[in-house]
Design a protein around this ligand. Structure first.
Ligand code: MLC
Ligand code: AMP
Length: 500
């Protein structure tokens, strides 16, 4: 990490690369680092003209993957603002909550999402990133400073509504340097990018790491397993959540023999295939080995910390089912119930990439950290004989992971409880081969309602990926003497009940 102490913003690092080399391949072709910077400065100048000094104000970016997404994000950063990435996967009600909670001052959009942004504007300026012209209006001097907030990412927790995690420029700059060095990223690399952009994995661990190292990102418009197999040919690195690997193999198995041979050749030629955001089943890792020659590099991360643990880059040293060790400059501890270091317990992380706190949630921020700046992950871990960490699961039954998305059972319950026919509801995660965990809603009805009706109701309020895949109707929910629903008992019960 030679320059991480000197370079305090991602923008400074981008400026240090050869401006004529490719930064993004998208549906329109190739854009160089220089092209990206020009577009970003145009956005920055327009934002400053519209809002005056931004000084950390949050600006929403509602943009499809590609160069315009980067113009918008980097433009907000140049102008001294903090980016909140909005996703087309969220219904209006949810995006409106993000914009209001974050106190978003303006929204930068791509034209395909402009109509949907209108519903979120509520008096906020909406700027079309493709309609800004005039080189003379470009921003000369970047307003970004290391200590200022750069990115805000909403993350589901154990307390109802999602919280906005604030990542300063310095955290991003540190994270990109750590991962560049750990995974040997450089200008020779092309990252195949098919991850959603409103989360840590797609935005920071993948996209910012690649660009921060001077590599290019091949940005897919959306996840498409067959297209990903084909596009691997033009990439050196691939990063994905385990469900994407599962879906790749579903497509692989359905493909003709010549296509399979081609896909395998593409996979074998990759320099690095990484997996994160959820546990990679050993069977899936081994399946990848059979096709690509080695298991994917599995690493552990979190919105609040970036990557905290990683298997080694050398494929021979990777271990399936383990997530490796903390990278240089990141520290990890295992802490038992008594608050002492223990062989098995909660994983705590400390390091330069750790976030600053939750937006306007002082108590939640205080509770997230222990003395000495240790972030308490809420994951239970242990270590193997060789020191490698192994994730055993979440400490809370109310946090689920489905297809790499962290979901709050309480948030989903709250949305379903608004339905007049729902008496009681408890949301649990059941093991699922494709999704890791499958969201199941257990409902005690007080009026007639069907599972599909409840799912449709939930979809108006929550992203489709948060909505229950299964609804089970029960006469009552198992509770303890205090009246609290016993979710482990419920999961055992539901395993034998028909669903709707
Ligand atoms: C989509 N659906 C999901 C889902 N994704 N349901 C549950 N869990 C998910 N993750 C829903 C769709 O809305 C649809 O619902 C139905 O399932 C079928 O969808 P699909 O077409 O099969 O899904 P697809 O579009 O292929 O999406 C699958 C996926 C996606 C794997 C590409 O889930 C995805 O992009 N996951 C990545 C999540 C991620 O980036 N997490 C990083 C968090 S950061 P319906 O009802 O409309 O039929 C982090 C830190 C770290 O964790 O360490 O990295
Ligand atoms: P998020 O809040 O969406 O960033 O999700 C972070 C959570 O994802 C962590 O706290 C873990 O529970 C989980 N996670 C990330 N990477 C892994 C992994 N490799 N193995 C198991 N769980 C993981």
């Amino acid at each position: 990490m030679v320059d991480s102490l000197l370079v305090t913003t991602l923008l400074e690092r981008l400026a240090s690369h050869d401006q004529t080399s490719p930064a993004v391949y998208d549906e329109a072709g190739v854009a160089t680092f220089g092209d990206i910077d020009t577009g970003a400065r145009r956005v920055a100048a327009a934002l400053l003209a519209e809002l005056g000094a931004l000084e950390g104000k949050r600006v929403g970016v509602f943009a499809s993957p590609g160069r315009h997404f980067l113009h918008a994000v980097l433009g907000v950063l140049h102008a001294g603002g903090c980016v909140l990435v909005l996703s087309p996967l969220h219904p209006e009600a949810e995006s409106r909550y993000f914009c209001d909670d974050a106190d978003v001052a303006a929204i930068v959009v791509t034209p395909d999402l402009a109509a949907r942004a209108e519903g979120l504007s509520a008096g906020r300026a909406v700027l079309d990133v493709t309609a800004l012209t005039g080189a003379g209006e470009q921003l000369e001097v970047s307003r970004a400073r290391g200590e200022d907030d750069a990115i805000m990412l909403y993350t589901s927790g154990t307390t109802g509504k999602p919280k906005g995690a604030l990542l300063p420029h310095a955290s991003l700059a540190a994270q990109t340097a750590i991962l560049r060095d750990l995974w040997a990223f450089g200008p020779h690399d092309v990252l195949l990018h098919a991850l959603p952009l409103h989360h840590m994995h797609g935005l920071c661990i993948a996209l910012f790491t690649a660009l921060g190292a001077g590599a290019a990102a091949r940005m897919m418009p959306a996840w498409d397993a067959l297209r990903v197999w084909e596009s691997m040919r033009d990439a050196t690195v691939f990063m994905a959540v385990p469900t994407m690997y599962a879906k790749l193999f579903q497509a692989f198995d359905a493909a003709a023999p010549d296509a399979r041979a081609r896909f395998a050749a593409h996979a074998r030629a990759l320099r690095l295939a990484a997996s994160g955001s959820a546990a990679l089943p050993v069977s899936l890792a081994e399946r990848w080995r059979a096709v690509a020659g080695c298991i994917p590099l599995e690493r552990f991360g979190m919105t609040e910390i970036g990557v905290g643990l990683s298997n080694p880059l050398d494929p021979r040293e990777r271990r399936a089912g383990c997530v490796g060790l903390p990278p240089p400059s990141v520290e990890a501890r295992i802490v038992g119930d008594s608050g002492e270091d223990a062989p098995t317990g909660e994983l705590w992380i400390r390091g330069p990439s750790v976030f600053r706190g939750y937006h306007r949630r002082e108590e939640a921020t205080r509770e997230a950290f222990a003395a000495g700046g240790w972030f308490k992950t809420g994951d239970t871990v242990t270590r193997e004989e060789d020191g490698a960490y192994r994730i055993l699961g979440r400490t809370s039954v109310d946090i689920l992971k489905s297809g790499g998305y962290k979901l709050s059972a309480l948030e989903i319950e709250e949305a379903l409880r608004d339905h007049p026919a729902v008496g009681e509801v408890a949301v649990i995660g059941l093991p699922d081969e494709t999704w890791g965990e499958r969201v199941v809603a257990c409902v005690v009805r007080r009026a007639e309602v069907t599972g599909p009706e409840l799912r449709a109701f939930a979809k108006e309020r929550l992203a489709a990926y948060k909505c229950p895949k299964q609804v089970v109707f029960l006469d009552d929910l198992p509770k303890n003497a205090m009246g609290k629903v016993q979710k482990p008992a419920l999961a055992r019960l539901v395993a034998g009940v028909a669903s709707d």
